[in-house]
Design a protein around this ligand. Sequence first.
Ligand SMILES: Nc1ncnc2c1ncn2[C@@H]1O[C@H](COP(=O)(O)OP(=O)(O)OP(=O)(O)O)[C@@H](O)[C@H]1O
Ligand SMILES: [Mg+2]
Length: 261
Amino acid sequence: MTKKIVITSGKGGVGKTTTVANLGVNLALLGKRVCMIDADLGLNNLDMVLGIENLIVYDLNDCIEGRCRPKQALVQCRSCKNAYLLPSTHSFVKSQAKERFKELIDGLSTCFDYILIDCPAGIGEEFRRAIALADEAIVVTTPHLSALRDADKVIANLRSLKMEKTSVVVNRVRGDLVVSGRMISPEEIEQTLKCALIGVIPDDDFVFLCSAGEIPPEAQSYKAFRILASNIINGKKKIFAYGKEYLGFWGSIRRGLKKTL
Ligand SMILES: Nc1ncnc2c1ncn2[C@@H]1O[C@H](COP(=O)(O)OP(=O)(O)OP(=O)(O)O)[C@@H](O)[C@H]1O
Ligand SMILES: [Mg+2]
């Protein structure tokens, strides 16, 4: 059965779109058929993160207004033939058309194993609309107080909206800072938010490569997103070893070097 997962957050800019793109590509690399959808209507940028903005012919508005069939609008990703984007729109979307969004997604369900929905930040009307499209939610947060406080509010909202399953991804984790006690650990975040931790993604300058079509096997973020994808497929909770290289004698030297960079 198709899993429809909404990727959401309280605070903006914490890495929702990055998570949708990298998770989508990694699920596809593991053999699943994936469709990514940008529910941030009007302010969408998932196409750019996937590096396929120039390949778009039709968008969501065209599907909703009957100018094309949903399958005609799908754009195949560069990194994997199993991953597709249903392009969102920069133009104004009538509220009546927004109601048809759900029908459109339900119609696509038969062709995919996973539908990932990139949700706008916050808990407004657009958030509720995106939530209604999915049966599972992943809340993305960074290990910073403002992001955590907003994540807590979003989790409370998801519970009150009776979302079947909610889990947390902690993005932009700095292993060196966690090991030296200067950043809250993902495990502490899990306890504070009282929500299952399903993934930890390190802060990584190469995070954009995999989603844009270049697979960097050595990149830490690529390894972490691969673990997250297999957790989702297998229902496990394996966590990327974010602090491993900063432990022990050599680890303390690496931490010192990172501080001076
Ligand atoms: N793990 C990471 N390491 C380094 N940079 C990251 C990481 N995750 C995200 N970023 C960067 O953070 C910025 C914001 O990411 P992104 O656009 O995915 O956030 P968002 O939650 O979708 O934002 P918005 O709320 O505006 O939709 C981007 O420049 C992205 O490349
Ligand atoms: Mg975004």
